[in-house]
Design a binder for this molecule. Structure first.
Ligand SMILES: Cc1cn([C@H]2C[C@H](O)[C@@H](COP(=O)(O)OP(=O)(O)OP(=O)(O)O)O2)c(=O)[nH]c1=O
Length: 191
């Protein structure tokens, strides 16, 4: 049995390594991440994680692990900003409020799928001009849902979270370990 991490995200590989899991193969999925009309954030994240898991080619008996992280402001989905202006707009929306970060995880073996979502609440301070400009100049907003990464400079903007730190970063480790174990992966035997 091989474990395939279906992800281009370096965070997901690092987080898996944190719990002693090294995938046999990394194959980034290529799917359309456009939300459907009126789609809500949690079902959207869950759908994307499953679609990613279906999109990654695997042999019989292989496990495919995929995830999707979505930042939600109420019913609104904030994806990965396409440029610095969009990142600035997202950070302005998030500042001074609480938002949710949903990471859906899907593990597939053949036609069977095991899936779970982790939902966290995050409070971001309202950013001053210096903070906003400094953060945008760092480039850390690139490739991150909502335009920030808790694990980097943006940690300075987040006084409070409730939920899963690893989930906010992109792969909730407790849920992921449980899903892999359900799917038959020897999570602890290899530790
Ligand atoms: C909110 C937040 C998101 N992120 C990242 C995690 C994800 O990589 C990214 C959300 O995009 P995703 O679409 O979930 O993942 P991805 O495109 O990076 O990789 P792949 O689909 O190939 O697995 O945002 C952080 O690193 N820190 C954070 O605090």
């Amino acid at each position: 049995m091989r474990l395939i991490l279906g992800s281009a995200s370096p965070r997901r590989k690092e987080l898996l390594a944190q719990i002693g899991i090294v995938p046999d193969l990394i194959l980034p999925p290529d799917i359309d991440e456009e939300p459907r009309k009126a789609e809500l954030p949690r079902p959207y994240a869950a759908r994307l994680a499953r679609e990613k898991a279906m999109a990654v080619e695997a042999g019989e008996g292989d496990l495919v692990l995929c995830a999707d992280t979505t930042v939600a402001l109420g019913r609104r989905i904030l994806g990965k900003p396409s440029d610095a202006a969009e990142a600035a707009a997202f950070l302005a929306l998030l500042g001074g409020r609480r938002h949710q970060v949903i990471t859906a995880v899907a593990v597939r073996c053949g036609a069977r799928i095991w899936a779970r979502e982790s939902v966290s609440a995050v409070k971001m301070k309202r950013l001053s001009d210096d903070e906003m400009n400094g953060y945008l100049a760092s480039g850390e907003w690139q490739g991150k849902a909502g335009g920030y990464g808790i694990q980097g400079l943006a940690g300075a903007f987040l006084p409070w979270i409730s939920g899963s730190y690893s989930g906010i970063m992109g792969l909730p480790l407790a849920e992921t370990a449980a899903l892999l174990a359900s799917a038959g992966w020897p999570v602890w035997r290899q530790a």
